[in-house]
Design a protein around this ligand. Structure first.
Ligand code: FAD
Ligand code: NAP
Length: 339
């Protein structure tokens, strides 16, 4: 069997920023065998390989002079169920949100706060996706990945993935492991996380007194739809910067000048600042130059109004970073993966 490649493919439909760059070659993998074959063919041709899922955490700044391998593997299954805890597994190419909805329909709780995050199951461990007080690591059991250096399959458990805030072993070693499938431990009993942002309030507004996992998911979807631009309508990659975790003494210096600074103390004594608040204070909310801009409702989200290049988006990001450093003494780190 030979995996067919297309040449000179526009990646515009494959990244949620809608950046129009080309892949020298493009192919899709539907199973492990096709993954291996694509990697082997690329090695024989001396081509680098960029693996992508939903393209919702990418900033493409140039044509990709190699093979772009789009993960399209499908499949979800229950591996074990003892009546309380359920272990489920999904293939890397499964779309994340439909997978979350499937788990809720089975009566499994645990993924509800991670509703409506774009992208694929395979990419979720990359940056330990998180929202509304829950991260993938909270429901993670293990994953199977292909070591692109040795060609061997390897299982990783929770500890081995070294998850951090929007971070993991895989994010720190780009291109080394190709994630094939991921396992999660879910529960028949709901442990509701409602204390983050406006979740509890939204449920109250909806008249929900005893929320189910599905009701929490629905509330979070409604909040997200109001606040975040839909990539199908306005190109974006979600939060463009990570929330910086900084020394408490720096936050006190900032608070002296900006008493309303939004800051969350962490267990280790450091403090997480809301990057969106810093950017908004600096006057960037709603900024637009050409087709590159900062979203008018959520300053953490950079947007492509149509024909911005990846380079233009990156330039805007660097200007914001420099301004925030000068004003607040805080370094903002980009969240999307830059190519
Ligand atoms: P891609 O963008 O395709 O890839 C991301 C990185 O992972 C790349 O480096 C790629 O090479 C690598 N990769 C992809 N698949 C694999 C694989 N199978 N094996 C190895 N490497 C792989 N993120 C959050 O954490 N929380 C949120 O709430 C959130 N909300 C968002 C809202 C919007 C509107 C958007 C556009 C983005 C949001 N994101 C959020 C970011 C993004 O959706 C997630 O990071 C998502 O997990 C990326 O998945 P993807 O399949 O699109 O990855
Ligand atoms: P928000 O509710 O307006 O909150 C602003 C920031 O404050 C968030 O970034 C969040 O940090 C932090 N925060 C809020 N309540 C907190 C609490 N109780 N304890 C600690 N930190 C708190 O944020 P939003 O932009 O609408 O996003 C809502 C959630 O979805 C957040 O968790 C956010 O991370 C996630 N999200 C992520 C992306 C992405 O691309 N990564 C895109 C959209 C939304 P955290 O970001 O650390 O949670």
């Amino acid at each position: 069997m030979t995996v067919s490649w297309q040449a000179q493919v526009s990646l515009k439909p494959y990244n949620t920023f809608g950046i129009d760059v080309k892949a020298r070659y493009f192919t899709q993998a539907h199973n492990d065998e096709e993954v291996r074959e694509a990697l082997q063919q690329a090695r024989h041709s001396g081509l680098p390989v960029l693996v992508i899922g939903g393209g919702s955490n990418l900033l493409l700044t140039r044509d990709i002079d190699g093979l772009v391998l789009h993960m399209a593997s499908q499949g979800r299954r229950v591996l074990s169920d003892d009546g309380k805890r359920v272990v489920v597994e999904a293939e890397a190419g499964e779309a994340w949100h439909p997978f979350v909805q499937w788990s809720l329909q089975q009566g499994f709780c645990g993924l509800e706060n991670l509703s409506l995050i774009p992208g694929t199951v395979g990419a979720a461990p990359m940056q330990n996706v998180g929202a509304y007080g829950v991260e993938v690591k909270d429901v993670f059991v293990g994953l199977t990945a292909l070591d692109r250096e040795t060609g061997e399959l390897r299982d990783f458990d929770l500890e081995e993935c070294a998850f951090g805030y929007r971070d993991s072993l895989f994010k720190r070693n780009p291109g080394r492991w190709l994630i094939l499938r991921v396992r999660f431990v879910l529960s028949h009993v709901l442990q509701a996380h409602l204390d983050y942002g406006p979740v509890r309030q939204r449920l109250q507004e909806q008249g929900v007194e005893q929320p189910t996992a599905q009701a929490i998911s629905d509330a979070i979807c409604s909040i997200r739809r109001e606040k975040l631009p839909d990539p199908a309508e306005l190109g974006n990659a979600g939060s463009f910067f990570k929330n910086p975790v900084v020394a408490a003494v720096l936050v006190e210096r900032i608070r002296a000048r900006y008493p309303a600074v939004v800051a969350y103390p962490q267990a280790d004594g450091q403090v997480k600042l809301a990057a969106g608040w810093l950017i908004e204070q600096a006057g960037w909310k709603g900024f637009r130059e050409g087709d590159a801009g900062v979203h008018r409702l959520q300053s953490l989200v950079l947007v492509n109004y149509g024909r911005a290049s990846g380079g233009q988006m990156h330039d805007l990001a660097r200007r914001i970073q420099a301004d925030i450093l000068e004003r607040f003494g805080v370094e903002l780190e980009m969240e999307p993966n830059l190519y």
